[in-house]
Ligand binder design. Structure first.
Ligand code: AMP
Ligand code: GLY
Length: 446
C-alpha cells in the first residue's frame, strides 16, 4: 500500500508501535473500524466489544463479550488487557460518559465527553447551541406541554417536524405533512410516552427542502479534519420511500458537496461548532457527524449532529481511506490534527445494506448465510447483525451485512456491490436495488 500519511513532526507522541486497540460496538461501523485498525502498522491486536461474526473472522481481531452499554465492564477490560486506545462506535456510551470514565482512570479513549456528546444526546441543547452560535438550522421551538405544542404548530403550519429531545434509537423524528398528524405526534410523545423520558421534551421545527449529505470530521478540540464526504439512504424502500431505518446503504463521495459547498460547511457549520464548544469549556474531541440539508442554492443547514461515525457511511469511507486511522485518532487525542492530512482513494465507493425481512419492524433471527467468493480487492462485506452458531454464519439482527465496493465510477461501484450481493446465499435477505441513484444520475449527466 502506498504511503498514506504526510506527517509533520509528531514530537511528544506517547504511544508506541505495538499497541492494543479496543473498538466498542457490534455493528457494521465497528467491523469497518476494526478492519481499518488491524491494518495499522502500530497495532498488535484489535479487541472488539462485543463485535459480531465479521470481526471474529478478521485477522488480528478478537471479540470480547462485554456489552457496549457496560461502561464499568469496558473499563475493567481495558485495564485487564492493557489496552492503549479505545475507540467508541455508538453514541449511547458516549452520552453516558464513557470518555469521562476512561479519562478519570488515565486511559486513552477517542470520543467526546458526556458534556460534548450533548450535541447528539439532547436536540434542544443542540438547537439552542446552533442558534446562539448563528449556525444555520431549521427554525424551531422547544416545548414540554400539549398547549405549547399546539400553539407552535398553529403558528408554524405544516409541513412540520416533531422530534424527541433525547436519544430514541433513530426513531424520534416524525415528519408531519399536515397539522393533524403533527398534533398526533405530540400526543403520542407527551401522553403516550412513545419515546419514554427521551420524549418528555420535544423540538418542533420547520421542514427543510433540499438534499441531505453526511459530513464527518475528526476533531481534536480546536481543529476539525474533514473525512471524505458521504451520503446515506435512510428510507427502507427504493426511491427513498417507506419508513426510516438506520441506513440501507451509503456512498462516498457525495457529489452534492462541491468544493464551494464544502468550504461553506467548514466555515458556517464545523468551525463555529468547535469554537462554540471550546468557549463553553466543553471542547469537542472525537468524530463529529453533521447531518446536513443542502438547500437548492447550496446553503448547508444542520439537521442533526451525531457524536460518532455514521453507519453505514463508515463502510464506504474506510474503503477509500488511504492511511492509518489510528494515527489520526492519536493525533486528535494529542491536539495535533493541524499537522496531518488524510489521503483518499480517488475512486468512489458504495455500500448496500442487506437486512432481514420485516426490518425495520419485527424480523426473524438465526437464518443461515452462505458466503462464497463475495469479496475481492475492490469488495468487502462488513457484518452487522451476524453471529456464528456451531461454525455456521447466522443472522442476529435487522441490518445484517453491508456489501461495499470501489469502482472507477459510482455506476461501477454500484454494479460491483450488487453483483457481490447476489453471490451471498441467504434467502431471507432484503435490500434496496437503487443505492446511489442520485450520484449515478449526476454522473451520467456529465
Ligand atoms: P434525525 O434523526 O434528526 O437525523 O432525522 C431523521 C431524518 O428526518 C433526517 O435524516 C431527515 O431525512 C429527516 N429530517 C429531520 N429533520 C428535518 C427537517 N427539519 N426537515 C426535513 N427533513 C428532516
Ligand atoms: N447513517 C445515519 C447514522 O449513522 O446516523
Amino acid at each position: 500500500m502506498s504511503t498514506r500519511w504526510r506527517w509533520y513532526s509528531l514530537g511528544g507522541d506517547i504511544f508506541g508501535t505495538s499497541m492494543k486497540v479496543l473498538i466498542v460496538g457490534s455493528g457494521g461501523r465497528e467491523h469497518a473500524l476494526a478492519w481499518c485498525a488491524a491494518k495499522s502498522e502500530r497495532i498488535s491486536e484489535v479487541l472488539v466489544a462485543p463485535g459480531n461474526a465479521g470481526t471474529h473472522l478478521e485477522p488480528r481481531v478478537r471479540n470480547v463479550q462485554v456489552r457496549d452499554s457496560d461502561i464499568a465492564g469496558l473499563l475493567n477490560l481495558a485495564k485487564h488487557e492493557a489496552v492503549d486506545l479505545t475507540i467508541v462506535g455508538p453514541e449511547a456510551p458516549l452520552v453516558a460518559g464513557i470518555r469521562d470514565a476512561f479519562g478519570a482512570a488515565g486511559l486513552a479513549c477517542f470520543g467526546p465527553s458526556a458534556a460534548a456528546a450533548a450535541l447528539e444526546g439532547s436536540k434542544s441543547f443542540t438547537k439552542e447551541f446552533l442558534r446562539s452560535q448563528g449556525i444555520p438550522t431549521a427554525d424551531f421551538s422547544v416545548i414540554e406541554t400539549l398547549e405549547e405544542g399546539r400553539a407552535v404548530i398553529a403558528q408554524m403550519g405544516a409541513p412540520i417536524v416533531v422530534k424527541a429531545d433525547g436519544l430514541a434509537a433513530g426513531k424520534g423524528v416524525t415528519i408531519c405533512v399536515d397539522e393533524a398528524s403533527a398534533e398526533r405526534a405530540l400526543i403520542e410523545a407527551l401522553e403516550g410516552q412513545r419515546f419514554g423520558e427521551a420524549g418528555r421534551k420535544l423540538v418542533i421545527e420547520e421542514f427543510l427542502e433540499g438534499e441531505e449529505a453526511s459530513f464527518i470530521c475528526l476533531c481534536d478540540g480546536q481543529t476539525a479534519l474533514p473525512l471524505a464526504t458521504s451520503q446515506d439512504h435512510k428510507a427502507r424502500f427504493d426511491g427513498d420511500e417507506g419508513p426510516n431505518t438506520g441506513g440501507m446503504g451509503a456512498y462516498s463521495p457525495a457529489p452534492l458537496v462541491t468544493r464551494e459547498v464544502h468550504d461553506r460547511i467548514m466555515r458556517e457549520v464545523i468551525n463555529p461548532t468547535l469554537a462554540g464548544m471550546a468557549a463553553r469549556g466543553t471542547p469537542y474531541q472525537g468524530f463529529l457527524y453533521a447531518g446536513l440539508m443542502i438547500t437548492p442554492k447550496g446553503a448547508p443547514k444542520v439537521i442533526e449532529f451525531n457524536v460518532r461515525l455514521g453507519d453505514p457511511e463508515t463502510q464506504p469511507l474506510v474503503m477509500r481511506l488511504q492511511g492509518d486511522l489510528i494515527e489520526a485518532c492519536l493525533a486528535a487525542l494529542n491536539g495535533r490534527l493541524n499537522r496531518i492530512e488524510l489521503a483518499w482513494d480517488e475512486r468512489p465507493s458504495l455500500g448496500v445494506v442487506m437486512v432481514a425481512d420485516g426490518y425495520p419492524g419485527s424480523y426473524a433471527k438465526g437464518e443461515r448465510i452462505l458466503m462464497q467468493d463475495s469479496q475481492s480487492q475492490e469488495v468487502k462485506v462488513f457484518h452487522a447483525g451476524t453471529h456464528l452458531e456451531h461454525g455456521h454464519l447466522v443472522t442476529s439482527g435487522g441490518r445484517v451485512l453491508c456489501v461495499t465496493a470501489l469502482g472507477d465510477t459510482v455506476a461501477e461501484a454500484q454494479a460491483r456491490a450488487y453483483e457481490s450481493t447476489e453471490r451471498i446465499d441467504w434467502p431471507g435477505a432484503r435490500y434496496r436495488t437503487d443505492i446511489g441513484y442520485r450520484a449515478v444520475a449526476r454522473e451520467s449527466m456529465k
